[in-house]
Design a protein around this ligand. Structure first.
Ligand code: C2E
Ligand code: MG
Ligand code: MG
Length: 562
């Protein structure tokens, strides 16, 4: 192509580019091929590590900004243009951003020749490839996540307080499943409208992913103002559902995260990606807490969430690594008639690879939630019984007591697991006691009762644990028909402090004895406590007074002779 066109000079073109720059996201440039001077519109300086808006010695300056793998390709292409071999430049390559990350750009340019045909100038435009979908999405009619990112990036330096409110439609999947994706799209569009109608100046909404929206507030709004905004949106969504005659019923949950609070430095994050991550957490909290509500970000909730996530991964790693990190400790139950060793309770311990000993109060619920308690539970049965067998060599009547979780009862063949382990180790069933805590509702279930009665049927001891702690129901003594009741330490302490509770414990013990059941008092630490509790004539005592839970070897050294 050698169309000869008369064009304005370098400076005029730069001035024109400056005029256009204010109304576009792209970066306009002019390259003077004869003088080796490069001009790019100012907005590029906020994004890329460029030496300035105008610079000479273009090759060396480009070397500093272009990805090393792309540099030769760029120079080769520019050489072709400047030598007049071709008139168009169109290349995708990478420039380094101010944040130190490489950004893919699409760089296009047109060669301008002198009237004599000599290559003279190149004018062109650069746009970010990853940022190209800034157009409105056609379902909701809203801008997408990349536009939000862009706006935050532009505003960040001048922000004092800003808020992210991430909104998600509850049960949107069900709307799609029951009413089809066309109706789903309709709901998305209408909800987007609901949100948009409620917004004031300097509040913007974007569609982030499928059924999630983000409101960006740049008004220095406080929590109460954002809460009111959320309730306005909720009311709008409620009336939308009603207007549609309840064809589909859905609500909206939201998570609120201060994006920047630079004044009081209350939040130690300033990056967009961090704020996005926290907004996702905040919204999932709103859903987890019952949906149709606003949850406002709290650092301590997030730390607890991270802690749980960390422990969950430690626990599953340990399970797949042959239970490495788990250990059983044993604590004696001592008979009050002669201080004889009656049994030992197996108490699970967990140590992370970073050598942190985690309390069972913290990790047992995590094992239950993730169902990892199923393999771990089997491991406990086997190891506790193996220990019992060892102890019985010198102590033929020795028993072990293991704690069971409802998940094990409901989701595994617990009876078979126990029976098989007893048979393989050639142990009699009465060497095992299984402890169950009251749950408030599960003990009445047919599945639980059936496992219980089968275990009892072969002679395994059944203990009702944690009696007197929180929820306790005397009817469970009837439902579960335990052979042993274990009084929790919290009740023991109350009985030791207070005459009324002491009397109450006395009557519970009498009742338990009149039913022919055994009773363990847990949590005795001192000889004085022991003397007072012994007045109530319990059958067994468990507590630090006799021993803290200890390792198998420690236990054998301490108790094998007793
Ligand atoms: P639990 O079954 O009631 O176990 C008794 C708890 O009281 C143990 O705490 C024990 O160390 C503690 N304890 C015993 N005597 C004293 C005392 O004199 N003073 C004080 N301050 N504490 C005493 P641990 O080992 O931290 O276990 C806590 C709970 O975790 C257990 O309560 C049990 O509900 C659960 N747990 C422990 N191991 C297992 C297990 O293997 N499986 C299941 N499902 N739960 C377990
Ligand atoms: Mg227990
Ligand atoms: Mg207990």
């Amino acid at each position: 192509m050698d169309k000869e066109k008369q064009f304005p000079d370098f400076k005029t073109l730069c001035d024109i580019a400056k005029l256009y720059a204010s109304c576009m996201n792209d970066y306009l440039y002019v390259l003077d091929l004869t003088q080796d001077v490069y001009f790019i519109t100012e907005n590029a300086l906020k994004r890329f590590a460029l030496p300035g808006s105008m610079f000479s010695d273009t090759r060396n300056n480009f070397r500093a900004v272009v990805h090393p793998d792309d540099f030769d390709m760029l120079i080769a292409d520019l050489d072709e243009v400047s030598s007049g071999k071709k008139d168009e430049h169109n290349l995708k390559y990478r420039w380094i951003g101010l944040d130190g990350y490489f950004v893919w750009i699409n760089c296009r340019g047109q060669l301008l020749r002198t009237p004599g045909g000599t290559p003279h100038l190149m004018v062109g435009c650069i746009n970010e490839i990853g940022n190209s979908q800034t157009a409105a999405d056609n379902i909701s009619g809203l801008l997408g996540e990349s536009s939000l990112h862009e706006r935050v990036r532009q505003m960040m330096p001048s922000l004092r307080n800003a808020m992210f409110m991430r909104l998600g439609i509850d049960d949107f999947k069900i709307v799609n499943e029951r009413h089809g994706t066309d109706y789903g799209d309709f709901v998305l569009r209408e909800v987007a409208d609901c949100i948009q109608r409620t917004l004031g100046p300097r509040q913007y909404v974007y569609r982030i992913v499928s059924d999630e929206f983000m409101v960006l507030d740049l008004n220095d709004s406080n929590y109460n103002e954002m809460n009111r905004l959320y309730h306005r949106i909720r009311t709008e969504v409620d009336s939308l559902v009603a207007r549609e005659n309840y064809k589909a019923i859905y609500t909206i949950s939201a998570g609120l995260v201060p994006l920047a609070n630079l004044e009081n430095k209350q939040y130690d994050y300033t990056s967009y990606s961090e704020a996005m991550k926290l907004s996702e957490f905040a919204m999932s909290q709103a859903k987890a807490r019952g949906r149709n509500q606003l949850y406002s970000f709290r650092r301590e909730d997030y730390s607890a969430f991270l802690r749980r996530r960390y422990l969950n991964s430690c626990l599953s790693q340990a399970v797949s690594d042959n239970f490495n990190g788990f250990e059983l400790n044993f604590q004696p139950l001592v008979a009050t008639n002669g201080e004889l060793l009656y049994a030992a309770e197996a108490l699970l311990r967990f140590r992370t690879r970073a050598d942190e000993l985690v309390s069972p109060v913290e990790f047992i619920p995590l094992l239950e939630e993730s169902s990892l308690i199923i393999p771990v539970g089997r491991w406990i049965i086997r190891n506790a019984l193996t220990f019992c067998k060892k102890m019985r060599e010198r102590h033929p009547d020795f028993r072990v007591s293991i704690n069971l979780s409802y998940i094990q009862l409901l989701k595994t063949s617990l009876f078979d697991d126990i029976k098989n382990a007893l048979d393989e180790l050639q142990l009699p069933p009465d060497c095992l006691i299984t402890e169950l805590t009251e749950s408030g509702h599960l003990e009445d279930s047919a599945a639980v009762r059936s496992v219980w009665s089968k275990l009892k049927g072969i002679g395994v001891g059944i203990a009702l644990d944690d009696f007197g702690k929180g929820y306790s129901n005397l009817t469970n003594i009837g439902n579960l028909r335990p052979s042993i009741i274990k009084i929790d330490r919290s009740f023991t302490l109350k009985a030791l402090e207070n005459a009324y509770e002491f009397d109450l414990l006395l009557h519970i013990i009498k009742m338990v004895h009149s039913l022919g059941l055994g009773l363990v008092v847990e949590g005795i630490e001192t000889s004085d406590e022991l003397a007072r509790i012994n007045l109530l004539e319990p059958d067994y005592i468990q507590g630090y007074y006799y021993s803290k839970p200890c390792t198998q070897n420690e236990f054998m050294n301490k108790f094998q002779g007793k």
